[in-house]
Write a protein that binds this ligand. Sequence first.
Ligand code: ZN
Length: 163
Amino acid sequence: MAQIQGDHRFFQCSQQCTDAVWDATKKIDELYDYLEEHDTIVIPDEMIPRCPHCGAEAFPWVPGYGNFLEGSRYQEQYQKISDDIEKHLHDKHVLFLELGVGRMTPMFIQEPFWALTNNLPGAFDVIVNRNYQFLPAQIEDKGVAIKGDLARVLKDVRAQLGC
Ligand SMILES: [Zn+2]
């Protein structure tokens, strides 16, 4: 598994003053506890997560907040997925699973998966999403799109396989 769409467990600097991303889980727990304890949706300014290097606001290391950091951790994750794909390019069968992949940034997962499925002779793409059922025309005979709750779909698969 590679996290090329970032990871909510990490913060990044909103100003990208540093290449580093850092643990966000402790701070999130703190914020969550504060909100619960005070029965509010507002945190005091001094609790806003900040970059330890420059003091700018920090935000989750995922695309969608603007300024997504494609630094060394991103490059490392990107290399990992590229190596994994490279390793299996000549396998007889390659199964791509898009489990709950949204449409916000299709260039990260969907478009490469569809291109690979289309180009590799033994490839097949399985798409599961609770909001839509869409299979692109170029892979309509090499894939299946299932609209449904992921937990439910996986449970059905297990039952089907008898495991
Ligand atoms: Zn900073």
